[in-house]
Design a protein around this ligand. Structure first.
Ligand SMILES: Nc1ncnc2c1ncn2[C@@H]1O[C@H](COP(=O)(O)OP(=O)(O)OP(=O)(O)O)[C@@H](O)[C@H]1O
Ligand SMILES: [Mg+2]
Length: 701
């Protein structure tokens, strides 16, 4: 054998080894993803078996029909309507309340705004003694205590802001049963750090006065959750110390892993689990192409807000960075929208002030970073706009889910452009499955065919449900065609190989620039946006991958050749891009129409603002919720007695005359014979008004 032959074979063998190694790397990576999926599927299977067992046990035991009847039914219904002002239960609420009142531990998974608070507040009022509620944030606690106080329910909080006087009152109530205390809110730190508090609680329990324990936002227990709080890990002590006190854990987080985790950590393995759907039928999801010119984006956002929400309905705009968030707020203000910014770098008092102004409808829009999160308790947020994409499907679900907690139609709008991806990836790449999670939401944004809602169902492993035209994909019929871009993909991979061979790196932006010249070789021009779309597509397909380099000030993301690049070079893989051929309409006309407020709605909105400041600055929605306003407009009660049927005795007693005055004064108020004779239920009038109210009535629940 000649020397050169040996050398040639050696090169070939080396090339083949390299090829094999690449395939092994790709396979290992695939194996890892499969292992991860396997463990997820196992957890789901486990949960299914558990619920099957529970169902089997349920059929053999005596009381497992949580719908009732129970001895407390009428008392509970009276409290619901006349104190809480809620005309009918939503899905699962009644069952959860019954399970807790039967003394069982309960785990509640219910979407944001589903009405979890009522599930523990109503039993707390009904049962003798004091209910303990653990909640992660001071602002959430303050909102809840204020809301309950407005309803005349003796609720207190024990936190760093509690006055000495109140603290004394609370300790006395716990220890001696003196004074009126029904619901006590604490942060988890109180349980893990205050021995004094725990000893008083022990005394309260010993005297048989600890009625129930509620763990709100329970996903904070789990490291897999999005808001992990170390102090939540210690809450297991509550069940150990008070085993016979029913515990209710509530969260809107749907992943199986988190659910399993928190049941273990709270020691409530025998709990009854109520899992409601992740579906938020009143939310309209929409992804919009984001211009690379920042002014254009703000113009579009401003126009959207002004056109769709001329009555200054509340909204949130989420931004990626603190700087961006200040800038966008300023630019919105310049365009005549009352907007304030909110981020973690601000002074706590300033942050609180902005939050408060927004909660009381004095500020229309909060422009925030992710720091504007869990504490948001405002039910009538009509729109959530993402100025750039979130870091995962779960985060997006949570953030967009802050819209429409009152069940009324609301919009979730995400501005997406591929150039935002490297900004996010350089932040999340070090997190557990960070890049994988990010690529999931990128897939969601890139898709031009898959219903947005069904993407959520898939993500949370839930059976598909109808979207009813409540996402851009289902609502607008834009034609999508597939374009074969395999040649461009091949060119891109070989270009990257050349770059890497000369020890260089390329960011997404640089790669697009280089490709713009290079693609002339194949005589076909992809537009800049299409080129970016192609890069993302190849990242998701693992033909390309991102690599990161730290500098003193930032982490840069570079695009490099990925494990499946060979397949492209060898022509084993075709690459197709989805391209819309039609422009989409601006927004859902249907939704817009349904959102239009009537004159009476505006009058009642004004009234609730006025009453809220007259009644010690409570929040306007504590006076009347937007849903109650809609009911009043459709039913137009004309006596205190009729009004009571809509908003309950308590609110009628407090605000009834003023409300009736508005309804009577309202010029186009005409009482139909039908309403006069029997005060018909809301549903029929609701459809008349063309207002889509999404709620579950008692008989449906
Ligand atoms: N059965 C009901 N009918 C009408 N409105 C209801 C009902 N139950 C609760 N609500 C209202 O829905 C809104 C959201 O309720 P709540 O704050 O309990 O939601 P949540 O499930 O705790 O949401 P989050 O996960 O965001 O904390 C509140 O304004 C509440 O008054
Ligand atoms: Mg809640």
């Amino acid at each position: 054998m000649e020397n050169y032959e040996v050398l040639e074979e050696l090169h070939n063998v080396e090339a083949e080894i390299e090829d094999v190694q690449e395939q092994i790397r790709a396979l290992i990576e695939r194996q890892e993803r499969l292992y991860e999926r396997k463990s997820e599927l196992n957890s789901i299977l486990e949960a299914c078996k558990e619920s099957e067992n529970e169902a089997n046990n349920a059929s053999s035991s005596t009381v497992e029909n949580w719908d009732g009847p129970f001895e407390w039914d009428s008392e509970a219904a009276d409290l619901r309507l006349n104190i809480f002002g809620i005309s009918s239960y939503r899905a699962n609420q009644k069952e959860i309340i019954n399970a807790i009142l039967s003394g069982r531990d309960v785990l509640v998974i219910m979407a944001a705004g589903g009405g979890k608070s009522l599930c523990y507040q109503l039993p707390a009022v009904l049962r003798n003694g004091i209910a303990l509620v653990v909640s992660p944030l001071l602002s959430l606690i303050q909102d809840q205590v204020m809301g309950l106080t407005a309803l005349g329910i003796p609720a207190y909080m024990l936190t760093s802001t509690t006055s000495k006087e109140n603290e004394k009152f609370i300790y006395k109530a716990l220890e001696k049963g003196e004074g009126e205390l029904k619901i006590l809110y604490v942060t988890p730190e109180k349980i893990s750090k205050s021995k004094r508090f725990m000893s008083k609680l022990e005394k309260c329990h010993h005297a048989g006065r600890l009625s129930l324990i509620s763990i709100d936002e329970a996903h904070c227990c789990s490291q897999w959750g999005h808001d992990f709080r170390p102090d939540y890990k210690n809450l297991g002590i509550l069940k150990t110390q008070f085993p016979n006190v029913p515990m209710i854990a509530l969260t809107a987080t749907a992943t199986q892993r988190v659910q399993n985790d928190l049941v273990e950590m709270l020691h409530i393995r025998r709990c009854i689990k109520f899992v409601s759907t992740v579906n938020r039928p009143n939310l309209f999801y929409m992804v919009k192409e984001k211009s690379s010119v920042s002014k254009v984006v703000v113009d579009e956002i401003a126009e959207f807000i002004q056109e769709s929400y001329p009555n200054r309905e509340s909204g949130i705009v989420y931004c990626f960075s603190r700087k961006e968030c200040e800038l966008v707020a300023k630019e919105l203000r310049e365009r005549g929208i009352s907007a304030g910014h909110y981020h973690a770098d601000m002074d706590v008092n300033d942050r609180e002030k902005v939050h408060m102004r927004w909660s009381s409808n004095r500020l229309q829009v909060i422009v925030g970073t992710v720091a504007f999160g869990m504490g948001i308790n405002k039910p009538d947020v009509r729109f959530v706009i993402h100025h750039s994409l979130s870091k995962s499907m779960e985060t997006y679900y949570q953030e967009s889910g802050r819209a429409g907690r009152d069940g009324l139609p609301s919009e979730c709008l995400l501005y997406f452009r591929p150039g935002d991806v490297p900004r996010q990836s350089s932040m999340v790449f070090y997190e557990n499955s960070g890049l994988q999670n990010l690529y999931d939401i990128v897939r969601f944004c890139q898709s031009k065919r898959q219903c947005r809602r069904s993407a959520f169902f898939r993500h949370f492993a839930e059976p598909l449900q109808e979207c009813n035209g409540m996402c851009d994909i289902c609502a607008f019929s834009s034609e999508v065609k597939e374009v074969d871009v395999s040649r461009h993909a091949k060119l891109m991979v070989s270009l990257l190989q050349d770059i890497q061979a000369s020890d260089q790196r390329s960011t997404m932006l640089q790669l697009v620039e280089k490709m713009k010249t290079k693609q002339k070789e194949i005589g076909s021009d992809l537009k800049r946006e299409e080129m970016e779309q192609l890069i993302l597509h190849l990242l998701l397909e693992r033909v390309l991958k991102e690599e990161f380099q730290h500098t003193a000030y930032s982490t840069n993301a570079y695009i490099t050749v990925g494990p499946l690049a060979k397949q492209i070079l060898q022509g084993k893989k075709t690459v197709k891009l989805e391209v819309s051929t039609e422009q989409k309409t601006k927004a859902s006309e249907r939704l817009k129409r349904s959102l239009g407020s009537s004159g009476l709605e505006l009058k009642l909105d004004e009234l609730r603002k006025e009453l809220s400041s007259l009644h010690g600055g409570i929040l306007p929605h504590s006076v009347l919720s937007t849903q109650q306003i809609s009911l009043l407009c459709s039913q137009k009660p004309n006596s205190l007695e009729q009004l009571e049927k809509v908003i309950g005795k308590l609110k009628t007693g407090k605000y009834g005359n003023k409300i009736l005055e508005q309804i009577v004064n309202y010029s186009d108020f005409k009482l139909t014979d039908e309403q006069a004779s029997d005060g018909r239920a809301a549903k029929r009038s609701k459809t008349k008004k063309n207002l889509v109210l999404i709620e579950t009535s008692e008989d449906e629940a």
